[in-house]
Design a protein around this ligand. Structure first.
Ligand code: HEC
Ligand SMILES: [Cu+2]
Length: 347
């Protein structure tokens, strides 16, 4: 490599780095897992802490770099000059300074950090909050609203302006609950209850993701969060409390019979139609399908809830999601179409 081409390679690298750095600062499209776009009191507290510490870090960086440049350019001894050492063998004031200043810097980082930890993990959890149980499974999320009687999967709905109290459990291994713009992240550990409280402020649809490696389909363990106005949330709750649709004619009615007689009913609850048997409550329970048709996504929110995708899923879950804990049940043709029609009718 000639010197010229090395120089131009270096220039390209510098240019690419700067372009990437600035490209990263100016989002062109909203990033679904953006951690710098808080929409709740919890994520705002984290964000403010991040900014506070980053500003402090930048100040420290500037001071260190300036001191270093001065040491190199101004207060250095030229080769052959043989000057006297600029620092005495021991200088008590200097040593005190470089002990006390870093201690103060650490303190300046520790105090706001501990303050946020105490604020976001109170000793006693608020009593007037809306409790939501989050149950992590390989590889999907179950959500219970114990005071409202609602059960759903992969799509969480919460109202704005109300304290939400998440109570987290795992059915198998360690997972981590993370919805970057709304809240988290909190590990979900078998045999232990972990908690988060937050008040969401901005209605919208947000993304969530399991962030603790939990097996083959860890990356396929996503979820959606729908933050709604209190009125919209109440409407959603009222709808979820309705009994499931009972089709009386057409392919959906035939599909309902197939569902009831196939092994589906062992693992999947459709209220008033099937309840999972006790032996399956650990590990291989599947999502509650009572209002499956009202959900926009499925199978850990990795795909849209469309008839084609539901058929593809039932044909071979493992193809769609490696390691999926739902067996292939050998359905096809008319039977499959009727079953899919039934599931999609469960609005
Ligand atoms: C051994 C238990 C088991 C049986 C039997 C079973 N499933 Fe599942 N099913 C699951 C599990 C577990 C999942 C979640 C998989 C994931 O997302 O990782 C699932 C997911 C689904 C989903 C997606 C739900 C959602 O909201 O994401 C549908 C639809 C579904 N199953 C339909 C069926 C049908 C129809 C049958 C019968 C033909 C059936 N299942 C049989 C365990 C089972
Ligand atoms: Cu997980």
């Amino acid at each position: 490599m000639t010197v010229g081409s090395r120089k131009s390679t270096l220039a390209t690298m510098v240019f690419a780095t700067v372009a990437l750095a600035f490209g990263g600062c100016k989002p062109k499209a909203p990033y679904p897992l953006d951690t710098l776009a808080p929409t709740s009191d919890l994520t705002k507290a984290f964000y403010d802490l991040f900014v506070e510490v980053t500003v402090l870090d930048i100040i420290v960086l500037i001071v260190v770099v300036v001191a270093m440049l001065l040491a190199i350019a101004v207060f250095s001894t030229r080769t052959g000059a043989g000057g006297r050492p600029s620092v005495k063998h021991s200088d008590m004031y200097l040593e005190m300074a470089w002990t006390i200043i870093p201690a103060l810097i650490l303190l300046a980082i520790t105090v706001p950090t501990v303050r946020v930890i105490i604020k976001t993990q109170p000793y006693t959890w608020p009593k007037n909050a809306l409790p939501i149980e989050v149950i992590a499974h390989q590889w999907w999320w179950e959500f219970h609203y114990p005071t409202l009687g609602v059960e759903t999967a992969d799509e969480l709905h919460i109202p704005t302006g109300q304290m939400i109290h998440f109570q987290m459990f795992s059915k198998d291994v360690i997972h981590s609950f993370f919805m970057p713009q709304v809240g988290g992240k909190r590990d979900v550990v078998p045999g232990q209850e972990n908690q988060i409280t937050l008040v969401a402020n901005v209605p919208g649809e947000y993304y969530g993701q399991c962030t603790e490696f939990c097996g083959d389909s860890h990356a396929n363990m996503r979820f959606r969060v729908f933050v709604q106005s209190p009125a919209d949330f109440q409407k959603w709750v009222a709808h979820q409390l309705q009994p499931p649709v009972k089709p009386t004619s057409g392919p959906a009615a035939a599909g309902a019979k197939i569902f009831a007689n196939a092994p589906c009913a062992i693992c999947h609850t459709i209220r008033g139609v099937s309840g999972f048997s006790k032996q399956y409550t650990y590990g291989f329970r599947g999502p509650d399908l009572t209002h499956f048709g009202s959900r926009l996504t499925m199978a850990g929110s990795i795909m849209d809830n469309t008839p084609q995708n539901v058929a593809m899923w039932i044909r071979n879950p493992d193809d769609v999601k490696p390691g999926a804990n739902m067996p292939t049940l050998g359905l096809s043709g008319r039977e499959m179409n009727e079953l899919v029609a039934y599931l999609e009718s469960l609005k």
